[in-house]
Design a protein around this ligand. Sequence first.
Ligand SMILES: Cc1ncc(COP(=O)(O)O)c(C=O)c1O
Length: 410
Amino acid sequence: MFDKILRTNTFEFELIERASGSWIYDVNGKKYLDCESGMWCTNLGHNHPTIVETIKEQSSKIIHRNKGFLCPITIEAAEKLLDFITDKFDKVTFLNSGSEAVEFAINFAKKITKRKNVLSLENSYLGAFGIARDLSFTSSENEEFKLEFPVCGRNECENLDRFLQKAYKVIDKHADDIACFVLEPIMVGGGVLRPCSKFIQPICDKMKEIGALVIIDEVTTGFGRTGKKFGYELFKITPDILALGKALGNGYPVSAVVTKSDLEAKLTSSELYYAQSHQLDPLGTSIAMKVIEVFESEDILEKLKPKIVELFSFLKTLSHPSIIDARSFGFIFAIEFKEYGNNKTKELILRIKDSLLLEGVMIGFSTAKNLIRFLPPLTISDEEIKFLKQKITKVLEEIKSSELDTNPIP
Ligand SMILES: Cc1ncc(COP(=O)(O)O)c(C=O)c1O
């Protein structure tokens, strides 16, 4: 059926036709609760009416223009975004994808520092191409610069010193040639892990000490996903550059790099020069601006608080012989499994994913990290949360009883 589509991914059998709020509808009219928010993008729910209206209005005026010109909406969006961020940033450019934003941020830091090495944390996912990909857990490049870190909740923070000494060794060895440290505040693709803040803070301090910059990859953690506006607020750090994407466009491909004018001032115009066809295009920037307006006017962060508690408590009550951990950070949830009965871990995860899909729930999963994942829209309703809880409970119960039928307790 998909034979004309390049196999860049494994595709589910169901064909998707439309979406609204927390729901996706297939071509047969069956609806699914989208607990991955697309690709972790639709924090405000699919096809938010205000965003759809903005797209209609802006595209009837102008979608695209030559790179030598700006539109008023782009300037307004830049001001809106800078006002929205609590820390002092005063420069922004709008791009198209998260990967592009992280890549841009790293190259910017390299040019400013005139250095070439870049640090990240192991298990980070920073992008699909270039240096951002090389620094991700999906690549075997750059291993020396992917720092091991203590994971919160695994008693590893107690061994903080061991992790710090190991990291300092790498940093000290390359101190003159480290351009920046790129931090994904919560590793989402890499296993839903939170690095210990007692580790992050000294590493960021060390960057300042050696003249390197701190870049925060907020592509997934930005715009409320962690329960804060931005994920870096989980730590006491002062970033130099932020890379934003995903929720900035609520499903539309717009991203941004945010930084400071004193850093920009270190570069000549030719060093700064960057041009791609859709950078700063008015359609994307009008959407980004409206996303921020809706985020504020609908008081998304405040309304999210009880939902975080509700789903966190539910996860903690789950008891199933195959579950080895259930964890969450803000509105990022994961359940980690081990093999169970006749099911190897990978089969079990695929079975849960498929059963939930049949029940009308789309979830994320990683057979490499042995987990299923939920990053629902932040606007998910109480009724929808109830539906999700019922379906997870049902599917886990069914797996338990089918195992008992095939392997009855003697
Ligand atoms: C933390 C993080 N950074 C960067 C990216 C890349 O963003 P995009 O897929 O929009 O290029 C992703 C994508 O999942 C991500 O999770």
